[in-house]
Design a binder for this molecule. Structure first.
Ligand code: GTP
Ligand code: MG
Ligand code: ZN
Length: 307
């Protein structure tokens, strides 16, 4: 039988069948792994073949069907292991907040670069708009403008006032969407906002650190409408780039991509100090936002540290 993994807790995988029934499965002891160095062999979104155990109550996964794509998370510090967040995605949505907690541009941009690397369309949702004063809203609008010009769909939302909630629901339509972001940004709350019946657990923000408390502990896929799936995930602190070479990073900045090959030193240009660099020229002209360029530099630095 064929199904799709909707939840994984380590030893057990919940597999959803075409008739919408769900069966708990384990992995067959000897399992042919795909060519990926990851801590988890199977992730939410995987399409698998399974068969009944003798008891006819639980199942055994015998095969993973080839993945269309995946999002992987690598620790910035620990380089050996990567973790599959989800697979077979139509889009990857990062939920960001300027405050409570603060999401850095570096984090947003790492997420976008990962999505670009796996050719998954990315969306940025700026949640908790109700917490921003006029000045902060103005600032956020400018940031959203930068990302929109690069080509990313951006939304401003608030679970409290319901601003942007129906737009959020619209972009999910007929797709498999991953929701990711720091703990406490409101991933589970946004899903509840469009589908209260799911009643997902949400957690207070620590008044001391203004950070979330890692309320969601396992990734899980929900069908929120016919043929519309959303994957809620545990908050992540940091996002190292997996499987991306130093000289490839600029390929995943769409606003830099158009200048690549035009630099004086061609493909060997790292766009940091070289004379005749078109990326640096575009930065000076204001065509590339300084905060995006700084994210690029910090990603280069990560790669350096890893060596
Ligand atoms: N003011 C305000 N609070 C919000 C908004 N969205 C969510 N919250 C609150 O933020 C807190 C964290 O929300 P969650 O939905 O648990 O956040 P999460 O991203 O799922 O967090 P993890 O599961 O830990 O990764 C809760 O107290 C929510 O009520 C919003 O738009 N505005
Ligand atoms: Mg959550
Ligand atoms: Zn250059």
């Amino acid at each position: 039988m064929q199904g799709i993994v909707i939840r994984s807790t380590g030893a057990w995988y919940e597999v959803r069948n075409p008739d919408k029934s769900v069966v708990s499965c384990r992995l067959r002891g000897k399992f042919k792994l795909q060519d990926l160095k990851v801590t988890n062999p199977i992730a939410v979104g995987d399409k698998v073949i399974w068969e009944w155990e003798k008891d006819q109550k639980t199942g055994i996964i015998t095969e993973i069907l080839p993945r269309e794509n995946y999002i992987i998370r690598k620790s910035v510090h620990k380089t050996a292991h990567a973790h599959l967040i989800a697979t077979n995605l139509d889009q990857a949505i990062i939920i960001a907040t300027l405050v409570a907690p603060r999401t850095s541009f570096g984090f947003i941009d790492r997420f976008l670069v990962s999505a670009e690397a796996f050719r998954i369309p990315a969306v940025i949702v700026f949640n908790k708009a109700d917490l921003l004063d006029k000045e902060a809203l103005q600032y956020q609008a400018e940031i959203m403008q930068v990302y929109a010009e690069i080509g990313y769909t951006c939304l401003q939302t608030s679970v409290i006032t319901r601003e942007g909630v129906s737009e959020f629901e619209k972009i999910l339509h007929n797709k498999v969407s991953l929701l990711s972001g720091h703990s406490g940004v409101g991933k589970s709350s946004l899903i509840n906002a469009i589908n209260p019946a799911l009643n997902l657990k949400t957690g207070e923000i620590s008044t001391f650190s203004l950070k979330g408390k890692h309320t969601t502990t396992f990734a899980e896929m929900f069908e929120i409408a016919e043929n519309t799936f959303i994957i809620d995930t545990p908050g992540i602190k940091e996002l190292g780039l997996a499987e991306i070479e130093e000289n490839e990073i600029s390929h995943y900045f769409p606003e830099m991509r158009k200048y690549l090959g035009e630099c004086k030193f061609g493909a060997s240009c790292m766009h940091t100090h070289e004379t005749g660099c078109k990326v640096l020229e575009a930065l000076e002209n204001g065509e590339i936002a300084l905060f995006r360029y700084e994210s690029y530099l910090s990603m280069l630095a990560d790669e350096d540290n890893r060596r």
